[in-house]
Design a protein around this ligand. Structure first.
Ligand code: CO
Length: 134
């Protein structure tokens, strides 16, 4: 059901420092920081030949990743995102197998302008999973 790995999101306290690690130490192509107030994050996209890394820094008081960064001050993988062809069909199939879909279960428009859902980490090997319809 899942297709390509769309991105791996890494949450950090200091976006400039994390960007420097990927750009200067690892030699990757990085974007400018992109504030996304609707999602409570500022994002830097790291373009790799086969996928993307998204460096996330909390933005604003009610950032959804603020607690996570507090618990992981040195940074940590926040979620992985897999592509699906039909997000409603994928959701229904996952729910039928007992997987927990976060929020109200309805897809939201994600950071790339496409519908996304998040799945409970306890149902997926301890990893928060985002699915995105492409
Ligand atoms: Co994501």
């Amino acid at each position: 059901m899942i297709g390509r790995l769309n991105h791996v999101a890494i949450a950090v306290k200091d976006l400039a420092a994390a960007t420097a690690v990927y750009r200067d130490v690892l030699g990757a192509e990085v974007s400018e920081p992109l504030p996304q107030p609707a999602h409570g994050v500022t994002v830097v996209f790291v373009q790799l030949p086969n996928t993307k890394i998204e460096l996330l820094e909390p933005l604003g008081e009610a950032s959804s990743i603020a607690n996570f960064v507090e618990k992981n001050p040195g940074g940590a993988i926040h979620h992985v995102c897999y592509e699906v062809e039909d997000i409603i069909a994928a959701r229904d199939k996952l729910k039928a197998q007992g997987a927990r879909v976060l929020g109200n279960g309805e897809p939201k428009i994600g950071a790339h302008g496409k519908p996304v859902l998040f799945l409970h980490p306890k149902d997926f090997c301890g990893t928060l999973v985002e699915i995105e319809q492409v």
